[in-house]
Design a protein around this ligand. Structure first.
Ligand code: SF4
Length: 246
């Protein structure tokens, strides 16, 4: 088990350094434009491509909400933030959407996923990126992969909201602090409940919560459900973002 883990980490580090050599240090200029286009097409094929939420200032990535570990349990609990989850109804239930989400989920097992995601993000969402407008962390390997993508895209701010506290805790226990361009927010499990601030503080991450009162800080509901100039979710100095329950 340990040997397999070390090999996976070694492979990731190797791919990271190769990627830096060819794409981050100016060598991409040596590639002909149609070669880059081909690589982007390939990267979309491998990962299933990025999503494009109209609300956000950048792209996102979505996997099936039905695959959420903590979230699927919470979805059955009245009063939890996942009860009535938007990603489990409406157009998310259409067969073709489900198929596309599942394809992205399965693509996590592809060794080319990290480099492909880094290429797509650096081309299509270079300033701000959101992980999982649908779905959540699968396991610690998934978080390791995301960390590698963040390291390959140091100029992009990555926001990762999650209810998988244990995965974040295990990652930090095993590997230390997360990269500075990755903003993890531990989401409160219940509506009108305090976020897990104590744990977040210990881990050096941030939080988010959902409220039914007017005591929310996310301005999107007052500005056509758009972020516009607000970037609070990507701002580490904002300890907690509270969203209005809609
Ligand atoms: S707090 Fe700001 S950045 Fe976050 S979702 Fe709301 S408007 Fe967007």
């Amino acid at each position: 088990m340990l040997i397999q883990l070390s090999f996976e980490l070694f492979l990731m580090e190797l791919l990271t350094s190769l990627w830096h050599e060819y794409f981050q240090q100016g060598n991409s200029a040596l590639l002909k434009p149609n070669t880059i286009l081909m690589k982007i097409k390939e990267a979309k094929e491998i990962t299933g491509g990025l999503s494009n939420p109209s609300k956000m200032p950048g792209r996102a990535y979505s996997i099936p909400a039905s695959r959420c570990n903590v979230g699927s349990k919470l979805a059955k609990v009245k009063g939890s933030v996942c009860h009535g989850c938007y990603a489990l109804k409406g157009m998310y239930r259409f067969g073709n959407v489900q198929k596309a989400l599942e394809k992205r989920y399965q693509s996590l097992a592809d060794v080319r996923w990290v480099n492909s995601m880094a290429l797509l993000i650096s081309n299509q969402s270079k300033d701000f990126f959101r992980w999982h407008d649908s779905g959540d962390l699968k396991d610690i390997s998934h978080l390791r992969q995301i960390v590698q993508v963040c390291k390959l895209t140091p100029n992009t701010k990555h926001w990762l909201p999650t209810r998988e506290y244990k995965i974040v805790e295990d990652y930090i226990d095993q590997h230390g602090a997360l990269p500075s361009n990755l903003i993890v927010r531990l989401s409160a499990h219940k509506v009108d409940f305090a976020p897990p601030s104590k744990l977040a503080k210990r881990l050096g991450v941030q939080t988010s919560s959902v409220v039914t009162s007017n005591d929310f800080t996310c301005p999107s509901s007052k500005q056509g459900n758009k972020c516009l100039e607000c970037r609070a979710c990507w701002n580490k100095s904002v300890d907690n973002v509270s969203y209005s329950k809609h």
